[in-house]
Ligand binder design. Structure first.
Ligand code: SF4
Ligand code: SF4
Length: 327
């Protein structure tokens, strides 16, 4: 059973729309399911979903905790749906390798970037003094969406959009509706970072999406994407996400409101006690917290849940992040 969002604040784990690190995803989903997240949001890829469900099933068997499964898609170009690339043969042998040092998922080594581990955060791109690293778009084509929905049968879909992309959003919404796949929730993720609009423009964009989704008969979630993929950087990113929420909260259409993009352990303390959103999504910060433990067990060819001591430690770490929202 999915935990009621009426008794607790809603918490979602974002595994990453371009994250295909199957081994880590299984462990990550096991850890955060056991720690009590309500939903887990993964790439729209059957093998990623299979790994996520393995981890969630473990949590269901051991802890009776079974979050919902959400897949992320986009109605156009979006930084959540990209990866980075460079040709290692072009790197000078004496480079101090800032790209490798800055990558939060250890995706870079002498052979270049591991496609599966890269989730497109973009930090390595800016770090290369020779500008050797480029990004490329990495997402599902709209033509495959119907098939993927049927294959995966997720509980929910998140559609990433930008303020001025209502037409593209409409097309994606139509595909979802015509697929016949019954969803419990549709989340709409949009922020100001890419479109350089004002809070009122963002509110207008959410109202347009509300009209488009009116006949879908699912619960709607408005995800405010403050500073995309930056939650593990600093407290300031949490502040930016909270500020966006404060500027826009009274302007949004009916539905759950969820903070994302820059959210981390500092978010809760920046919120006024009488102004807490319905929910929060944690991405890079959640992954970074437990990644070293996952990696340690992975190096011994094990899943983290095959090592009860490490698993207990990982769940405790995850709970520290979730606790303010689950009490
Ligand atoms: S730093 Fe970010 S974009 Fe670069 S390889 Fe690592 S995950 Fe990918
Ligand atoms: S920083 Fe640039 S030059 Fe140096 S290893 Fe990375 S990609 Fe190559």
């Amino acid at each position: 059973m999915v935990k009621s969002i009426l008794t607790n604040k809603w918490v979602k784990l974002i595994c990453g729309a371009s994250n295909e690190d199957i081994a880590s995803i299984e462990d990550l989903c096991a850890i955060y399911s056991a720690a009590g997240v309500d939903y887990i949001d993964v790439a729209a890829d059957p093998s990623v979903v299979k790994a996520a469900r393995n981890g969630m099933n473990w949590s269901k068997e051991v802890f009776g905790k079974d979050p919902g499964l959400m897949i992320s898609i986009s109605d156009g170009k979006d930084i959540h749906f990209r990866k980075a690339h460079f040709d290692p043969l072009k790197c000078p042998p004496n480079c101090p390798r800032p790209c490798e040092n800055i990558c939060p998922t250890f995706a870079i080594n002498q052979n270049g970037i591991s496609k599966n581990k890269c989730y497109g955060c973009g930090r390595c791109i800016a770090s290369c003094p020779l500008n050797l690293i480029s990004e490329y778009e990495y997402q599902l084509s709209k033509n495959s969406l119907k098939d993927i929905l049927h294959k995966i049968k997720p509980d929910a879909v998140e559609i990433h959009t930008e303020i001025n992309r209502a037409d593209a959003f409409q097309k994606v919404a139509n595909i979802i509706k015509n697929s016949g796949v019954k969803l419990k929730k549709i989340s709409v993720s949009c922020g100001l970072a890419q479109s350089q609009g004002k809070p009122e423009d963002l509110a207008r964009a959410f109202w347009e999406r509300y009209e488009i989704l009116a006949d879908h008969e699912v619960q709607l979630i408005w995800q405010l994407d403050g500073r995309p993929m930056s939650g593990d950087i600093a407290a300031t990113t949490a502040k930016a996400a909270v500020k966006l929420w404060e500027n826009i909260r009274s302007l949004l259409p009916p539905g759950l409101i969820q903070l994302a993009g820059g959210t981390n352990g500092n978010t809760y303390k920046f919120l006024k006690r009488n102004q807490i959103p319905d929910g929060i999504a944690f991405g890079s910060v959640a992954r970074k917290l437990v990644q070293p433990l996952i990696q340690e067990t992975f190096d011994k060819n094990k899943k983290i849940y095959e090592n009860p001591e490490k698993m207990a430690l990982a769940i405790e770490k995850a709970k520290i992040l979730l606790n303010p929202w689950k009490n």
